[in-house]
Design a protein around this ligand. Sequence first.
Ligand code: SAM
Length: 254
Amino acid sequence: MSNDVVELFDRVADRYDEVLPFFESFGRLCVDRLPMPGTGDRLLDIGAGRGAIAVAAQARGFAVTATDASTGMVRQLQREHAGIDARVMDAGRLDFDEDTFDVVTAGFVMHLLDEPQAAVREVKRVLKPGGLFAFTGPGRVPDGFEFADGSDALFAEFSRYLPPGGSMGEPFEEREALAAAGFTGVDETDLRIELAVPDAETFWQWLQTHGTRKFFDDLSAERRAEFRARLIADLESRGSVVLRRYAWLYRGWA
Ligand SMILES: C[S@@+](CC[C@H](N)C(=O)[O-])C[C@H]1O[C@@H](n2cnc3c(N)ncnc32)[C@H](O)[C@@H]1O
């Protein structure tokens, strides 16, 4: 487990997904693609954050356990959603018996892990035979997809100012990792959201409240100020600010 990653999410936990409902929107899309639960079906959400998937899954009828390595995130979950069993736990070492859950989910987590393959094996172990693992993450941009806010060009330009070795997570071949752990019937779907953003400053604030914050923490103060000024000028010249993003949903059966 990377302490830097967990420390970052601890630091942003109180504002995470509060500025714009980005993760909540993707969480709902993910849960829409889960089977309807039978009576008492158990769902484990790993790297649950403030419950983007866990809350929607509970509303769908699952008995939900949510785990996260960040104490700050788990505290928020416990405070806001008392009906969810929330615990601090590393995705790579799940403290559950084998064959415990009907579904395991992970929203925007797997690409942040140092050893995603180990987490996939753990998920397989705690799933009942025939259970479903569904997880989302960023991936290649589908043809014709545009970010609609121009920030992708700025991120590409400013990434050259980052210190070496500063990224989060390890390269991860989703299909290969799922197959190696014994999952079958693997499929992938792209999910898209589009959110109206009140103004450019809100967009900047949103960038500070989740994993992207690390990018700005790793820039010098001058570069960060330059990025902010150029982003805001560009967004204001567009008339309206729209956050249009995509994610990949992978599903595999144990
Ligand atoms: C981008 S957030 C996603 C949170 C939530 N699933 C959502 O969709 O909003 C990534 C989450 O993974 C958690 N995380 C990072 N490394 C982890 C690890 N090794 N084990 C468990 N959780 C981890 C972070 O604390 C953070 O809450």
